[in-house]
Design a protein. Sequence first.
Lengths: 107, 117
Amino acid sequence: DIQLTQSPSFLSASVGDRVTITCRASQGIINFLAWYRQKPGQAPQLLIKSASTLQSGVPSRFGGSGSGTEFTLTISSLQPEDFATYFCQQVNTYPRTFGQGTKVEIK
Amino acid sequence: QVQLQESGPGLVKPSETLSLTCTLSGGSISSYYWAWIRQSPGRGLEWIGHIYYTGGTDYNPSLKSRVSLSVDTSNNQFSLKLTSVTAADTAVYYCARDPYGDFFDFWGQGILVTVSS
């Protein structure tokens, strides 16, 4: 199975901050990576697919980049609803796997 | 608007079979893949498998011997069966739309299933 390692696991930030989360894959996955946001008590929500394509309806403050084994999710200006947990997911091979999550907390 | 809703028992005894159904509204199940994912504090998010509307399946090898997915196009539903459950199968189970066999763009709210006697 492909292992996905996110860093950091926890992040404290303020409204308006620029935030960057990294996802590293144990082997190359080209650009077959997605990012999700999960608010407490809710299901994950797809933000980014194919490493850098913004999902329909997702605000433009979210951006994704990377290829191969290293990927980045950037939130350009953190909003109150962005205090949540973020997950990456690879879709290059079966089984589909997820990162362990990055929790973004209010500083 | 596509909506998914999981249903089934919230409590299952060890060694028994966990059975869940996902009902789709606001769209037709006769397109795309449909997936099951579970989440627990110890295992994080875990892909269980997905089923194409024509019935083709892919399963997580870690669960393959115990899992079965099916689709009922006439009722716009798809289902999960997991046999011989243990406490390790306690989790929130989500169903999701998996349009091209990869990313999940619509999710159900999730259902907590506890395995306990």
